[in-house]
Every structure is written in structure tokens, then in C-alpha cells.
Ligand binder design. Structure first.
Ligand code: HEC
Length: 374
């Protein structure tokens, strides 16, 4: 028995020794072709693929995903993506790039494929060894990386025109001048009037706590405020900003928003609920409610509150994002609170999704601030 084990140990040692010598010879001899144009054999590729997938999965599965439907976050991500990612990951309407063509592994076309948010976040932050995918977390904070993740969730549904439109509206960034598609140089004055229109379309959209919102992006870039602007990461309680909204950008979605307002004001519960998607989330003063919770609680309160109020629409605008759209509006509500006349300025951000040919509201965010009285 003892003899047997000894015999085995010797065999194993010899085999290991031969393997080590072989590996050493392989590494030192120069026999391996490291060229990116010499692709891995199928078994090697399969092993690396499994290693990659399991490594990423193990490291990303506990990452907590923030609200990725925040339009400001998506818009910021559009600018980041256009500035740093398109040469490898392309954009709608572009099939390849000179740099990408020669890369191995080939960077996936992110305008065609969607990567799960947790994995996308981890990969963008940490990069992938020996692949050419950089670790953007080295010089970008987490909110900026989440902005790209949020944008990437929308990108595969976008047309080339929608993509360009979003990038043109994105907040200016220090490295934005790298790839702006055909609108190259836009943020440096090229199509500045378009942005200026955007702002002019939405009078009063400038929120007090974010005094730069009204700036055209071109101006923001020119006066050196660009960085500050880009770093204004959206927090949960940040004032809703209407940046990027343009009157009549998505007329059908705006019509739904207006029908929603009319239904609320006239106390038509059925009409209100008909416009809400089954999984709608409604957030008011930091509190998030489901459709059921809203229908059985706050909806009646809102109807009662608005019943005798005078509502003046200050501005309304929208922004297309693939198969979804955002509609933003600001209204002044004159009412009586505790017997005294009061005026509130109410800001509303709706996220709508096309359901067949109708748009349904999938999320609502409301904020209001007293203007006088209350
Ligand atoms: C120099 C080229 C290059 C640039 C620039 C680049 N990437 Fe990548 N990226 C890659 C490569 C190559 C891969 C594939 C790596 C692999 O599969 O092993 C990759 C993979 C990814 C993946 C995972 C895709 C999947 O299907 O799992 C995501 C997400 C991603 N990159 C996002 C980004 C973002 C966002 C940017 C811009 C901030 C960016 N990349 C910039 C080369 C690049």
C-alpha cells in the first residue's frame, strides 16, 4: 500500500515537472503569437469566456442599482458615452469604426445589445484585463458611471436621430469634444441656437437650487462652468430639472400628460387611472407609491386639493428616449391652504412608455415649492 502511494507521488511530480518545463519553454521561446489579429482557438476562447463571465458575475451581483429612469442621469450618460465610448462601442447608424475593427476581443456594439445594469456598472468601473476595455472608475465617480449605465439601458432602442438629439442636449463635459457624431463641435458653438431654443421653449424652467440649468450648454462650456455642470450628480432629493426638454419633441406623450392634468383637475378618477401603467411608480416628497397605494390613498387627496385650485401651466416640454419619453412641466397652483390664499409652483416629471400605440405613464415625480401664501 505504502509502496503504491509512493509510486503515484513520483508520477505526479514528474508530470508536473514536465508541464512546468513545457510552460516555461512556451513563455520564453516566443512561439506564442500575441498579435490581436491571431484569434484564440475555440477551447481557449471558451475557457476565457467562462472565466470572464463568472468573475464579473461574482463581483457585481451585490451591487445596488439606483433609479436609472432619472432623465438627468440618462442625459448626462449620453454625453459621457458620446465622448468616451463610441470609437469602440459604436452608436446607432454606425456599423464599425477603424479602431474597433482591429480589436480582439471585438468590443460589443452597445447600440444593439443591452448589458444588465449591475454587470455594466462593474465592467465600466473596473474595465476588463487584456481586452482594451479601460477601467473608467480610475477617473470617474460612481454617479458618472451610473449615468452611462442608465443611458446604455435606453441606447438599443434609439434611432440615429434620437441618439444625436440626446447627445446634443447632454450637459457639457470636459471630454465631450471627442466624438459628437455629425454634430461634431456642437458644444463649442456649432449648433448653439438649437440649444438656445430648447431653453427658450421652456421659460421658467430654471430651478432655484440649480441656477445653471437655464444656461445653454454651449455657453456653459465656453464660460468654464462645464465641469461643475457635468458633476452635478442627481441625488434623490435634487430639484427636478427640465434640462433637455423641448416643447413638442414628443407631441403624443405631451398630449397624454395634458390629458392626465385635465383628468386630475376635473376629479375623473377613471380617466386618471387609465393613463397609468400597471407598474407605475409615483413619487411625491420623497415617498414612492405603487398604483394601488396611490389609487386607494393620495389620488383622492390630490383631487380634493386641486378641485377649487386655479392651475396655470408655466411650461411643458418633452424628450424622446428610445421607446420611452419624458414629459416635464411646471405649473402654478393657486389655492387656499388653511383658509388663506396660497400659490405653489409645482414641477412634474413623467416617464412614459409606448404600449401598443398609446403612451402610458410609468413614473411620476412631483415637487412643489410655495411661491406665496403657504
Ligand atoms: C478602446 C476600446 C474601448 C473603449 C474606448 C471602451 N470600451 Fe467598453 N469594451 C471594450 C472591449 C474590448 C470590451 C469587451 C471585453 C471582453 O468581452 O472581454 C468592452 C466591454 C464593455 C462592456 C461589456 C459588454 C458586454 O457585452 O458584456 C460594457 C458595458 C462597456 N464595455 C462599456 C463601455 C463604456 C460605457 C465605455 C465608455 C466610457 C467604454 N466601454 C469604452 C473596449 C472599449
Amino acid at each position: 500500500m505504502k509502496q503504491h502511494i509512493k509510486h503515484h507521488s513520483i508520477t505526479v511530480a514528474v508530470v508536473l515537472g514536465v508541464l512546468a518545463i513545457g510552460a516555461g519553454a512556451f513563455v520564453y521561446s516566443g512561439i506564442y503569437n500575441i498579435g490581436a489579429d491571431d484569434h484564440h482557438t475555440k477551447p481557449v476562447f471558451a475557457v476565457m469566456q467562462t472565466l470572464r463571465e463568472n468573475s464579473i458575475h461574482a463581483r457585481s451581483r451585490n451591487i445596488v442599482v439606483p433609479d436609472l429612469d432619472d432623465p438627468q442621469l440618462i442625459l448626462k450618460g449620453a454625453g459621457q458615452y458620446a465622448a468616451m465610448c463610441t470609437q469602440c462601442h459604436l452608436r446607432p447608424g454606425v456599423e464599425n469604426s477603424e479602431q474597433r475593427e482591429g480589436m480582439y476581443p471585438l468590443p460589443p456594439n452597445l447600440s444593439k445589445a443591452r448589458v444588465a445594469p449591475q454587470e455594466a456598472f462593474w465592467i465600466i468601473k473596473h474595465g476588463i484585463k487584456m481586452s482594451g476595455m479601460p477601467a473608467w472608475g480610475v477617473n470617474h465617480d460612481d454617479p458618472t458611471i451610473w449615468s452611462m449605465v442608465a443611458f446604455l439601458q435606453k441606447l438599443p432602442d434609439m434611432t440615429s436621430a434620437q441618439y444625436k438629439d440626446m447627445v446634443a442636449r447632454a450637459p457639457a463635459d470636459h471630454d465631450m469634444d471627442m466624438d459628437m457624431g455629425e454634430k461634431g463641435g456642437h458644444s463649442h458653438g456649432g449648433a448653439a441656437d438649437e440649444d438656445a431654443h430648447g431653453a427658450a421653449d421652456m421659460p421658467g424652467m430654471q430651478m432655484p437650487a440649480k441656477p445653471e440649468s437655464g444656461h445653454s450648454h454651449a455657453a456653459a462650456a465656453a464660460d468654464g462652468h462645464d465641469h461643475e455642470h457635468a458633476e452635478a450628480a442627481p441625488a434623490v432629493a435634487a430639484p427636478l430639472s427640465m434640462e433637455g426638454m423641448k416643447a413638442q419633441a414628443v407631441p403624443a406623450a405631451e398630449a397624454v400628460a395634458q390629458a392626465f392634468h385635465t383628468a386630475l383637475h376635473s376629479g375623473d378618477r377613471t380617466a386618471v387611472l387609465a393613463l397609468l401603467a400597471p407598474d407605475v411608480s409615483i413619487s411625491e416628497g420623497g415617498q414612492v407609491q405603487s398604483r394601488e397605494a396611490y389609487a386607494s390613498g393620495h389620488l383622492s387627496e390630490d383631487i380634493a386639493f386641486l378641485k377649487d385650485a386655479k392651475i396655470t401651466l408655466v411650461s411643458l416640454g418633452s424628450m424622446p428616449m428610445g421607446d420611452t419619453a419624458m414629459v416635464g412641466s411646471v405649473s402654478d397652483i393657486q389655492t387656499t391652504i388653511k383658509g388663506k390664499p396660497a400659490t405653489l409652483r409645482s414641477t412634474e416629471l413623467l416617464n412614459l412608455k409606448k404600449d401598443g400605440k398609446d403612451w402610458k405613464i410609468v413614473s411620476i415625480q412631483w415637487q412643489s415649492t410655495p411661491v406665496s401664501g403657504a
